[in-house]
Design a protein around this ligand. Structure first.
Ligand SMILES: [Zn+2]
Length: 380
C-alpha cells in the first residue's frame, strides 16, 4: 500500500502521446507534458504460464519460495499479472497443484501478480495432434463435479478454462462455467463447425493458442482453424516465439482476427528462462534445445514454450508487421478484457490499476527498464 502519490512520464505507447501519469494504487491523472522519456504502457498480462525460471506450476511439491522466484523472473519481462496454468493430469495432481498455487497466491510477497488460474484440460481431444503434449491417460469428458473440486482447491481462482467442444456434454459444461464467471476458451480440439458454433453459443469466447494443438494434416476446408479464425465472437491466443507459428499463419490469423480479437500468451513452461538441457515437467521429461524449443525428450513434439512476453511483443511486430500500439494492446487491454481482469481494461487511464511498464526499443526489440504494480515500483 502506498500513501504518497507517484508520477512518471514518457510516451504512452498505446496512444502515442507524451504524458505524465500520476498514481497511487490506481492511476489518478494522465496529462500531456513536454518531458519525453522512455515509453510507458500498461504492464503486461500473460494468461498462460505453466512455469518459468526452472519452476513448474504443475508440480504440487513446488515450494512457495520457488513460486516467488518464478514470479519475480516473470515480472522482469514486464508482466505485472499472470495466470499460472495447470494442464491435464490426474484429478489428484491437478487438485494438489491448484491448492499449492492457491496457498502461494495468498501468502507470497509477489501474490498480487497472480491474477487468477488457467486450467487447460482435461476435457480436450484425445487424439494425437490436437492433444498436443497432454497425457492421454487423464483426458476425459466434461465433468462439472470435477470442475467444482478443482475450483474449491483453487480457492475460486480459476478464471480461464480450455476445453474441446467435440464432447457431447460440452455446451452444458461451458454454460455452467460461464455462469460461474469463468472465461471458457476452445483449444486442443478437432471439433466440427457445428460443435464449435454450439460452444460459442454456450458462451465460449476465446481460442487457446490457435494454430497449435492441432492435427499435422488437416482437411483443407472446412476445418476448425478456419471456423475459429472466421468467428468474430472468439478472441484468439497466439504463441509468437517464431517456433509455434510460422510468419504466414501468424499474419493471416491476425488479419482475420484483427489485433482487437487477438492476445499474446507465452505458454512458458519451467525451462523458459533457463539454459538448454533436460528438465522434468510433472511426470514428463522435456528437452530445452539450443534454438529455444521445448520438446518431449527424444521427440519433436512441442511441450510448451521458452518464450518471454517482452520478446513475444517484439516478435509480433517483426513477424507480422504489427505496429507497437496494437502489439502492446495484445499483451495488456485485450487479455484483460477477454479474461475480465478488472481494473486493467482501459490502459493508461484514470481509475485503472497503476500497473505501468517503462521500456525502450532498440533494433525493434523491447527492453523493460521499470515496472510498477498497484503503484509500487518493483525490482526487475
Ligand atoms: Zn496447450
Amino acid at each position: 500500500m502506498i500513501c504518497s502519490q507517484s508520477r512518471c512520464s514518457g510516451t504512452d505507447a498505446l496512444s502515442g502521446r507524451i504524458v505524465e501519469v500520476t498514481f497511487g494504487e490506481r492511476i489518478e491523472t494522465v496529462a500531456p507534458t513536454a518531458n519525453a522519456g522512455n515509453f510507458l504502457a500498461p504492464a503486461f498480462i500473460d494468461v498462460q504460464v505453466n512455469g518459468f525460471a526452472g519452476v513448474d506450476f504443475n508440480d504440487p511439491a513446488t515450494t512457495h519460495e520457488a513460486i516467488s522466484r518464478a514470479t519475480r523472473a516473470i515480472r522482469a519481462t514486464g508482466v505485472a499479472r499472470y495466470f499460472p496454468t495447470v494442464i491435464t493430469g490426474s484429478p489428484q495432481n491437478m487438485t494438489a497443484s491448484l491448492r499449492n498455487l492457491a496457498l502461494a497466491a495468498e501468502s507470497i510477497p509477489e501474490r498480487h501478480s497472480i491474477a487468477g488460474f488457467h486450467v487447460e484440460g482435461p476435457h480436450i481431444a484425445p487424439e494425437d495432434g490436437p492433444r498436443g503434449a497432454h497425457p492421454l491417460e487423464w483426458v476425459c469428458p466434461p465433468d462439472l463435479d470435477l470442475f467444482q473440486r478443482l475450483q474449491e482447491a483453487a480457492g475460486g481462482r480459476i478464471r480461464l478454462l480450455t476445453v474441446s467442444p467435440h464432447w457431447p456434454g460440452a455446451p452444458a459444461y461451458i454454460e455452467a462455467l460461464v455462469q460461474r464467471d469463468v472465461t471458457v476458451s476452445i483449444g486442443h480440439t478437432g471439433a466440427s463447425a457445428e460443435q464449435l458454433d454450439a460452444a460459442v453459443r454456450a458462451g465460449a469466447s476465446m481460442s487457446t493458442h490457435i494454430g497449435n494443438g492441432a492435427h499435422q494434416v488437416l482437411r483443407r476446408h472446412p476445418n476448425y482453424l478456419w471456423e475459429q479464425l472466421a468467428d468474430d465472437r472468439l478472441t484468439a491466443g497466439l504463441i509468437v516465439d517464431g517456433i509455434h507459428l510460422g510468419a504466414a499463419f501468424l499474419k493471416v490469423a491476425l488479419r482475420a482476427k484483427t489485433p482487437a480479437r487477438a492476445l499474446l500468451v507465452t505458454d512458458a513452461s519451467a525451462p523458459a528462462g533457463c539454459a538448454p538441457g533436460r528438465y522434468h515437467l510433472g511426470h514428463q521429461v522435456v528437452d530445452l534445445t539450443a534454438d529455444g524449443r521445448i520438446v518431449l525428450a527424444g521427440q519433436d513434439r512441442l511441450a510448451g514454450a521458452a518464450l518471454r512476453m517482452d520478446d513475444a511483443i517484439s516478435n509480433v511486430m517483426a513477424m507480422a508487421g504489427i505496429p507497437l500500439p496494437d502489439a502492446l494492446a495484445m499483451a495488456t487491454i485485450i487479455p484483460a478484457r477477454a479474461c475480465r481482469i478488472h481494473g486493467r481494461e482501459n490502459g493508461l487511464a484514470p481509475g485503472d490499476a497503476a500497473d505501468i511498464v517503462e521500456f525502450s526499443i532498440a533494433s525493434g526489440r523491447i527492453k523493460v527498464t521499470g515496472l510498477y504494480i498497484d503503484g509500487e515500483k518493483v525490482a526487475i
